[in-house]
Design a binder for this molecule. Structure first.
Ligand SMILES: [Zn+2]
Length: 424
């Protein structure tokens, strides 16, 4: 081990404790999986399960003498004091909510890895200059109340809490009412300001993709979050009788859509296989076996970490569609757009240095999925640490990460946070 590493802190990171905390949290919303050791979790935002998980975390924090607090959107903070209480905290964390058929690691790993660092700091008797905090962000997944990443969005000042008040879940429950109930049920004072205050941020997360496992890497040093563009495309033709209308005289919306989709796959072909291009919904009207379709509706989700490349490819979409759609017509709408987020180079360098010093094989990579870190990065230097997950499977009960990988990521996180917070 390199002398640059905080050896006493790393020695205090307890793999069994970290694994047990994952098991304890997984009890809140446990659902069956494909095998007993691959059981899943269904813990949507502000449900009884989410509230129980919050209460459990507060209980652990209080038992260790850490300060707990909330803000008005129920982001939950656990603070270990620094020697300079006026310093903005160095923050880590992630989310505790899951997808309806989620796993035991997405989100909660970042919270528990952060909490393990706080406990290890305590066990090792290390004083930091800046406070170190763990945050559990509200509603990252967005499965019950849309959109996702509400907590970090409000923390970063991109939206107000009130903007989400009237959002309802499928059974008609208002976000504002579920929020009030959660705040009341969580034994932590509502004292934190919004937008939030943060001196630096590092989030640990499972990769949710197959790259680390395929490369035999144990850590992903995350450089940013790729940008995204969503489109909705409508192709309009004319219905006709399938038995009588000559093919040459038809305005067949599906035939035109087929040509359009082929042209789109051609124009977005990426020899480096970095671009993510997905047509995930494809609807044909009227959907009768003996009627020529008059309408096709489909969606496009495209993502790339480089802004210029994403812009160039996304800008080519409407013209590509128009050129291929004859004899039908098309309308194209952009329904969602986010620019690539590039993390602070100093934070990325610190994560890489810690990984190297620990002798862990790693990849330097962008995040394919969106994360709370993307919003926090608007306020302060931020970065992320990925660990492999089995076959890259996530948002699935079978999601799995090994105790050793959980610990590796926590060790990198500990070294990075300590460097950012400063040792007395
Ligand atoms: Zn997540």
């Amino acid at each position: 081990m390199s002398a640059a590493l905080p050896a006493t802190l790393l020695a205090s990171i307890n793999q069994d404790r970290l694994w047990q905390r994952h098991a304890d949290m997984a009890a809140h919303g446990a659902i069956p999986g494909p095998r007993p050791d691959r059981a899943g979790v269904n813990r949507a935002c502000f449900t009884a399960e989410d509230i129980a998980a919050r209460q459990m975390l507060v209980g652990w924090a209080t038992a260790r003498g850490f300060e707990v607090s909330q803000d008005a959107i129920a982001n939950l903070y656990i603070r270990r004091r620094g020697t300079e209480s006026s310093r903005a905290p160095i923050v880590t964390g992630s989310h505790m909510d899951t997808q309806p058929r989620g796993g035991r690691f997405d989100g909660i790993y970042g919270v528990l890895a952060g909490f393990e660092v706080l406990e290890a700091l305590e066990d090792a008797g290390i004083a930091t200059v800046a406070p170190v905090e763990v945050v559990a962000w509200t509603n990252e997944e967005g499965g019950r109340f849309a959109p996702g990443t509400m907590g970090s969005m409000v923390f970063a000042g991109q939206k107000s809490v009130e903007a989400f008040a009237e959002v309802r879940d499928t059974s008609g429950v208002r976000f504002a009412d579920a929020l009030a109930a959660t705040l009341a049920a969580t034994p932590a004072p509502i004292t934190r300001p919004l937008p939030g205050v943060v001196g630096g941020y590092v989030e640990a997360h499972i990769e949710q993709g197959p790259r680390l496992e395929a490369a035999g890497a144990r850590i992903g040093v995350v450089t940013g979050i790729q940008g995204m563009r969503w489109f909705e495309v409508d192709i309009t033709g004319e219905t006709a009788h399938a038995g009588t209308c000559p093919v040459g005289q038809r305005r067949d919306a599906l035939r035109s859509a087929h040509a359009v989709v082929s042209a789109l796959y051609d124009v977005t072909r990426d020899p480096e296989d970095t671009l993510r291009f997905t047509i995930g919904r494809f609807l044909v009207d009227p959907g009768s076996p003996n009627t020529v379709p008059n309408r096709v509706h489909f969606t496009i989700d495209m993502r790339h970490p480089d802004k210029a490349t994403l812009d160039r490819l996304a800008d080519a979409i409407p013209a590509t569609i128009t050129a291929a759609v004859a004899p039908c017509t098309a309308t194209v709408r952009v329904t969602n757009a986010s620019a690539p987020m590039v993390f602070d180079q100093q934070v990325v360098d610190r994560v890489e240095a810690a990984t190297k010093a620990l002798g862990l094989p790693y990849l330097v990579m962008p995040s394919g999925a969106g994360h709370d870190a993307g919003y926090v990065a608007r306020l302060a230097p931020a970065g992320m640490i990925f660990i492999p997950c089995e076959r890259g499977v996530s948002h699935n009960e079978a999601e799995f990460a090994t105790p050793q990988d959980l610990t590796n990521g926590t060790r990198v996180l500990a070294a990075t946070l300590l460097a950012m917070a400063g040792v007395v």
